[in-house]
Design a protein around this ligand. Structure first.
Ligand code: G6P
Length: 493
């Protein structure tokens, strides 16, 4: 088991009760990564990602606290400050890591919520660990939150927190946002603990989803499985409380990506990447966590068949695929890694030339500046998940195309497809259809690409992650009338 000493600014060890935060965010992970310096000292760096950058200013202004797991398996870790936010670490044991994180979160809920792309496993001990860890998060939030504070719970790992927290602190405004898809009733109903999860979420005042279809799935399930009255986006609970479920499509820090893309370092790096790849006519790009929902395997096959069929040569087009390692000890992920390694090996063995592989496959994570350089360098971004809550990489690519050029090939099963309608949309299960759209993007007229990219850039400029966070928090904190038992809204005194 790994333990790290944590940098603290206060002398006395702070307890959660000392924090008294007006805004509390709970997420499985803290928004910082541990860095170990050459001299062995340790420090924390803010993790890349829109959520924390959107919330940082509002948290700093509202005595904000973020409760989460620091990312190493550890049981003890002190509260500390970082960038004006109080960070409250939740320790989890090795066994909880296996059962709550790898197990129930990522081998039960993750595949179940992503259309059963892989088969979910149901184990009663995993559920018990999920309940125990959710309870720990809720108890910590109950101590950390000031009277009447706003609490915002994030994602599928913490779906029981809203109701567990409400039992402890009925004075709080509680919001929940699900970053991944929420499945239709027919799939969700497989879950042995379906009612408990729905009741967990109903502890919130506002339940946010990426798409309105997901919110409708939730409302329908609440009616069917819990038996509450519902009308449109509202659930009416027997005690007079209401819960609203609606869509808040998440986005990125658009201005920050634009700035990064325009910076001389990123521009120079982008040019170097093109040179290193031999300046082909077109560079295709994929950037994903190595996850079976992302459709990397089918995408590689589609690209290789385009070369094989003679539409272009490896001198004319190449594919850069970044697949960052993820959840590596979970069986399905291990299998995927092996299969993808084998396929890329085959494709490069069959089609590559000296110094000209068909696919440059990078099984690694890169800093945001390197990602931006790839977005600037590459002509055709290929995002083809079988199911994806949103897919922020698609939006990041668009934000980085400062010259309004480049093509986005996008799965219609990514949440982003509801907004980025001008992409080359594909069904990732249809390899021929995917080949046709990749080829259309390869051959597209620059005027057509410009028209598409301009429209998509407008969308991501107008809807950035700060708008998303504001919209959610405004809705959460705006007082709502209670209702009487006959569904007639009544005014609060
Ligand atoms: C998805 C989930 C996040 C999760 C991330 C990385 O985007 O919605 O909640 O943090 O994947 O996965 P990991 O298991 O490494 O946290």
């Amino acid at each position: 088991m790994h333990r790290v000493g944590v940098v603290t600014r206060s002398r006395r060890r702070r307890s959660p009760g000392d924090v008294r935060a007006e805004l509390v965010v709970l997420a499985n992970r803290l928004p910082v990564d541990r860095v170990v310096h050459a001299d062995g000292s340790e420090d924390w760096r803010r993790s890349p990602g829109g959520l924390v950058s959107a919330l940082a200013p509002v948290m700093a202004a509202n005595r904000g606290a973020w409760i989460g797991w620091p990312g190493d398996v550890m049981e003890e870790c002190e509260i500390f400050e970082h960038d004006g936010i109080t960070l409250v670490p939740i320790g989890i044991s090795q066994q909880e890591y296996e059962e709550y994180y790898e197990g129930f979160s990522n081998a039960t809920l993750w595949p179940l919520y992503h259309d059963l792309v892989a088969k979910p496993e149901f184990h009663r001990e995993w559920w018990d660990a999920y309940v125990a860890v959710n309870r720990r998060f809720a108890e910590t939030a109950a101590e950390v939150a000031a009277e009447g504070a706003t609490v915002w719970v994030q994602d599928y790992q913490l779906q029981l927190v809203p109701s567990l927290l409400r039992e402890l602190r009925s004075d709080l405004r509680i919001g929940f946002f699900l970053h991944i898809p929420f499945p239709p009733a027919e799939l969700f109903s497989q879950l042995p603990w379906r009612r408990e999860l729905l009741e967990g979420l109903l502890g919130a005042d506002l339940v946010g989803f990426q798409l309105s279809g997901a919110a409708q799935n939730f409302i329908r399930l609440v009616r069917q499985r819990v038996g509450h009255k519902t009308h449109r986006d509202t659930v009416y609970l027997p005690d007079g409380r209401t819960v609203v479920a609606k869509a808040f499509p998440i986005s990125i820090d658009t201005a920050q990506f634009e700035k990064l893309a325009a910076s001389p370092g990123v521009q120079a790096r982008a040019k170097q990447i093109r040179d290193d790849l031999g300046n082909p006519r077109r560079i295709f790009l994929g950037i994903d966590r190595l996850d079976y929902t992302k459709g990397i395997y089918a995408r590689m096959r589609a690209f290789s068949e385009l070369i094989h069929d003679g539409h272009f040569s490896v001198e004319e087009a190449t594919f850069v695929q970044v697949a960052s390692p993820s959840r590596e000890r979970v069986d399905q992920y291990r299998k995927l890694r092996d299969e993808t390694d084998r396929l890329v090996g085959h494709i490069n063995g069959d089609l590559g030339r000296i110094g000209r592989p068909a696919i440059s496959y990078l099984n690694a994570s890169f800093p945001q500046s390197e990602m931006a350089a790839l977005f600037v360098a590459c002509d055709i971004m290929v995002v083809t998940p079988f199911r994806d809550g949103m897919n922020l990489v698609a939006k990041e690519y668009v934000a980085c195309r400062l010259h309004e050029d480049g093509a986005l090939v996008l799965s219609e099963f990514a949440g982003a497809a509801e907004e980025l309608r001008q992409a080359f949309l594909v069904n990732p299960y249809d390899i021929n259809g995917m080949k046709a759209q990749m080829l259309a993007a390869y051959r597209a007229d620059p005027k057509d690409l410009g028209r598409r990219m301009r429209a998509m850039r407008r969308t991501v400029a107008e809807n950035d992650v700060a708008n998303w966070a504001n919209a959610f928090l405004t809705e959460l904190t705006t007082p709502r009338p209670a209702h009487d038992k006959h569904l007639r809204p009544v005014k609060r005194a």
